[in-house]
Design a protein around this ligand. Structure first.
Ligand code: FES
Ligand code: FES
Length: 159
């Protein structure tokens, strides 16, 4: 067993793991934060996306030993004081989901994009999001929601 320490949503976490577990397993099973979804488990769908040190990553592909000292943000970390993040609000107002299974990964990938570039073009949004899969086919509304959010950010939102 190996002791690892990192922060999840601003809170320090320290726990013993075998070492070969994925970050996704640690978040969902060890820490019981189930907003991050298990889709394919092989890095193909994006359902498990979280932010690690300011970059969107697929948590099913990150090994426990690689998260020592990292700052991780999962979907549970976006809301603050009971208020949804603007990305979450805009996804709802744009109906950018149906079953919702892909949604936390979509939102975290979009959040990662906006951390890198506050005002991405529509083409940049499509390119950044195209490998996150939505079996309900909400793609256009997802891209609309991210575009709207990026327009809102300079006015009222602090990432
Ligand atoms: S569950 Fe990680 S990419 Fe599909
Ligand atoms: S909303 Fe159902 S998979 Fe995307």
């Amino acid at each position: 067993m190996k002791q690892i320490s990192f922060t999840l949503n601003g809170k320090p976490v320290s726990l013993k793991v075998k070492g070969e577990e994925s970050l996704l397993t640690i978040i969902r099973i060890y820490l019981e934060q189930t907003g991050t979804k298990y889709g394919c488990g092989i890095g193909e769908c994006g359902a498990c996306t979280v932010i690690m040190d300011n970059e969107a990553v697929r948590s099913c592909m990150i090994l426990a030993e690689d998260i020592e000292g990292k700052e991780i943000i999962s979907i549970e970390g976006l809301s603050s004081e009971g208020k949804l993040h603007v990305l979450q609000e805009v996804f709802i107002s744009h109906d950018a989901l149906q079953c919702g299974f892909c949604t936390s990964g979509m939102i975290m990938n979009a959040y990662g994009l906006l951390l890198q570039s506050l005002n991405p073009s529509r083409e940049e949004i499509i390119e950044a999001m195209e490998s996150n899969l939505c079996r309900c086919g909400a793609y256009n509304r997802i891209v609309d929601a991210i575009e709207t959010t990026s327009n809102e950010i300079p006015k009222k939102v602090k990432l």
